[in-house]
Design a protein around this ligand. Structure first.
Ligand SMILES: C[S@@+](CC[C@H](N)C(=O)[O-])C[C@H]1O[C@@H](n2cnc3c(N)ncnc32)[C@H](O)[C@@H]1O
Length: 269
């Protein structure tokens, strides 16, 4: 019998990991048996969490398509996790292969897999960096090689801010990135709202003590909306994820207003 999951595992590339657990939930191929087992334990607390993660992936696809059609062809995906399972560059390149996509994550244990997923795909990069240092990140050669700061860029923060506690001033962090955007640049945010089951699921993950990140912070719809201060919100504003411009009625379950996971897209005037 192996060690209990995460017990004293010294190797972060083997220990269960939030990006690979999400990979399991979106039916990717970059997760281990350990990730799968922990994902299933989290599901016992929050059975709807795989649905939420998949709904969020679908949201990203709708947002990227919307942005491409609005003429925004550069994407900086902060806290990207693994660029797997039909994600930003797949959607952007289906519209125009010249679109540029830089994925950024601080988790070194997903670096090799992420680079392998992008191998042979032009106009994409995976950069290891901590988003809490915006000036450093925006000057990173992996970012500057692809992103032209004088043309509209979309900054994506999809379930990133839950890892930034209030003490680290998430609103100030968002502002630093928005300040760097040219007019016509966009900010996409999604965030888990206050959901006791989701919180219980995350507590299992945190309880294993190998997480690099502080305890997760869940936030209300109004708090998420306040992060868009100074930007023009694209219709329909900050709403439960399934209600952000669904492609079809099939994407919206019967009680979408009960989904406590919110998203919005803002445009810099
Ligand atoms: C909940 S996952 C979301 C992944 C992806 N955006 C998605 O929607 O599937 C959050 C990601 O943010 C990364 N992350 C957390 N804090 C970070 C930081 N300070 N700098 C860079 N990445 C960070 C984690 O490693 C993780 O991959």
């Amino acid at each position: 019998m192996g060690l209990p999951i995460g017990a004293t595992d010294p190797d972060p590339s083997v220990a269960p990991n939030i990006a690979r657990i999400r990979d399991y939930w979106v039916e990717g191929t970059n997760h281990t048996e350990q990730d799968r087992r922990l994902a299933q334990r989290i599901e016992l607390c929050a059975p709807h969490i795989p649905y939420l993660v998949r709904a969020q992936r679908s949201l990203v696809r709708r947002m990227v398509r919307h942005l491409m059609r609005a003429g925004v062809t550069q994407f900086l995906d902060l806290g990207s996790g693994l660029p797997n399972a039909h994600y930003v560059h797949h959607v952007a390149h289906a519209e125009d292969p010249r679109a540029r996509v830089v994925y950024v994550d601080a988790d070194t244990s997903i670096e090799a897999d992420s680079r392998a997923l992008l191998d042979g795909t032009d106009n994409t990069a995976f950069v290891v960096a901590d988003v809490r240092r915006p000036a450093e990140l925006l000057a990173h050669p992996g970012v500057t090689a692809l992103i032209d700061p004088d043309r509209p860029v979309a900054i994506l923060m999809i379930e990133l801010l839950l890892h930034i506690p209030d003490a680290d001033d998430p609103a100030g962090l968002v502002r630093s990135y928005v300040d760097a955007l040219p007019s016509g640049g966009h900010l996409a945010l999604s965030h888990f709202g206050e959901d006791d089951q989701v919180l219980a699921g995350f507590r299992i993950f945190e309880g294993l003590r190998f997480g690099q990140w502080p305890a997760v912070s869940l936030r209300s719809r109004d708090t998420l909306e306040s992060f868009f201060d100074g930007l023009d919100l694209v219709e329909p504003g900050v709403v439960p994820v399934p209600l952000w411009r669904p492609d079809s009625e099939d994407e919206v379950d019967r009680n979408p207003e009960r989904v406590r996971m919110y998203a919005g897209l803002g445009r810099k005037p």
